[in-house]
Ligand binder design. Structure first.
Ligand SMILES: NC(=O)c1ccc[n+]([C@@H]2O[C@H](COP(=O)([O-])OP(=O)(O)OC[C@H]3O[C@@H](n4cnc5c(N)ncnc54)[C@H](OP(=O)(O)O)[C@@H]3O)[C@@H](O)[C@H]2O)c1
Length: 314
């Protein structure tokens, strides 16, 4: 018999802080949980489940997914579906669940990029996998230079009109297309809720490229993905490469990235954090949250203890 989950009754009084997402009615937790890794069919379900319980019990109301998170593709959404059935359906209205389409998902010309055909079909598939009637937030996962922006954006508007998503987000779009998107969506009364971009102490492009400033000016929220640079900005790699780490799996975080220069920089960041009585992870997350215009940091975690440590940034 599976143990029943009952959410902690103190979950909104447990240290989490909430931030208004741009100029919208939505409050997001300052720390959100991403399902890119650790929630696929290759991962033990009970561990994924435990991480989500810990998250929700600590006020993390926002879970971020995409069609191709896993591995295998689609399986993180299937895990979400199983979690809805096992644990979270009584709490659906307390959760803010996002998914995306934009990267390769299925073979052939209609399973990638930004066509209306792909976005519409992909979201229908995502809803089935997650056992949801609608998502709170649907993203264009990347900019498609070949598809007219109007086509991608109108598909997003129509998805909202069809009740399949409550809000629209954009991820990884360059500034000029983002400007166009913001205006296009505003004119159709589906204002852009949020931009999702890679921001951390080692990658400051959204600041350098003016994206963060643009979001702040336009009242669009900003959520930072890979805020710990996939684990580099923690104590994970300061003394070697642990066998159970993302880097040892070698696909998305390669050993070749960990150059002597980078290691020296990480050790320096670590020493600075320690001198303030903090961990590197804590101070790396706090650094992002202190940037003007940032709504939330979207962390990944392979254990509840990592999540527990990350929440100390608040
Ligand atoms: N829009 C996009 O294109 C895009 C792209 C990438 C990610 N995202 C989103 O952003 C989310 C987060 O990305 P991410 O997983 O790269 O985030 P991250 O928080 O930078 O890295 C998470 C990884 O860092 C390690 N870690 C986390 N906390 C730790 C701690 N306290 N101490 C030691 N190690 C720690 C774990 O790696 P180990 O597995 O080694 O333990 C964990 O899996 C994704 O799940 C996804 O929702 C979006």
């Amino acid at each position: 018999m599976k143990e029943m989950y009952t959410a902690n009754e103190n979950r909104y009084d447990n240290g989490m802080k909430y931030e208004r997402c741009g100029r919208s009615g939505v409050l997001l937790p300052k720390v959100s949980l991403g399902f890119w890794h650790n929630f696929g069919s290759v991962d033990p379900y009970e561990r994924s489940r435990e991480i989500t319980h810990y998250a929700f019990d600590h006020g993390i109301t926002h879970f971020d997914l995409a069609n191709n998170y896993g591995p295998v593709y689609g399986s993180a959404e299937e895990t979400m579906g199983r979690l809805m059935d096992d644990d979270f359906s009584p709490y659906r209205d307390e959760l803010f669940i996002s998914t995306k389409a934009g990267y390769d998902m299925w073979p052939g010309p209609y399973g990638n990029w930004g066509s209306r055909k792909y976005l519409m079909a992909s979201l229908d598939q995502s809803l089935k996998r997650m056992h949801l009637d609608y998502v709170d937030l649907f993203y264009s996962h990347r900019f498609d230079p070949e598809t007219p922006m109007e086509e991608t954006l109108q598909a997003l508007v129509d998805i909202v009109r069809a009740g399949k998503a409550l809000y629209i987000g954009i991820s990884n779009w360059p500034l000029e297309p983002l400007r166009f998107a913001t205006q296009y969506l505003k004119e159709r009364d589906v204002p852009l809720l949020i931009y999702q971009g890679k921001l951390n102490m080692l990658n400051r492009e959204p600041i350098e490229q003016g994206i963060l400033d643009f979001c702040a000016q336009e009242g669009v929220g900003f959520i930072a993905f890979s805020p710990l640079a996939q684990g580099l900005l923690t104590d994970r790699y300061l003394n070697g490469i642990p066998a159970d780490s993302r880097m040892s799996k070698g696909k998305f975080l390669k050993e070749s990235m960990l150059t002597p220069e980078l290691l020296a920089q990480l050790r320096e960041y670590n020493a600075q954090a320690q001198s303030q009585g903090k961990t590197l992870a804590e101070s790396a997350l706090a650094w992002i949250l202190a940037q003007n215009g940032v709504t939330s940091v979207l962390v990944g975690a392979s254990s509840t203890s990592q999540l527990e440590k990350n929440l100390r940034c608040l």
